[in-house]
Design a protein. Structure first.
Length: 103
């Protein structure tokens, strides 16, 4: 409910994953009471199911990254031989930003 309280009228709340746990059920009438709010739970597979959509999305992503509008932080680098440790660090939430494997 706290996330909905942060929205302005006609605001959109997007739920990506369940890292903090599942979103508890709520009455849909709450959305209208708080100002005609919208809630969505997108999945990548829906947006990339068609090859043309996948290619267009990838093109858009690489354009925005190469333009410098989006900066990708690489905070952790692991040698490829240490891939198992990289996975353990990710699973244990010991990383921030991007983690990459280098040959």
């Amino acid at each position: 409910m706290g996330s909905l309280d942060c929205l302005q009228p006609r605001g959109l709340m997007v739920s990506f994953g369940n890292a903090s746990g599942a979103v508890p059920p709520f009455e849909l009438a709450t959305l209208s009471a708080k100002g005609s709010l919208y809630v969505t739970r997108p999945t990548l597979v829906t947006y990339t199911a068609k090859r043309d959509d996948l290619v267009a999305g990838a093109k858009d992503l690489f354009e925005v990254v190469s333009s410098g509008k989006v900066k990708i932080e690489i905070n952790h680098r692991h040698a490829l031989k240490d891939a198992a440790q990289a996975h353990r660090d990710l699973e244990a939430r010991k990383t921030t930003g991007s983690t990459i494997l280098v040959p």
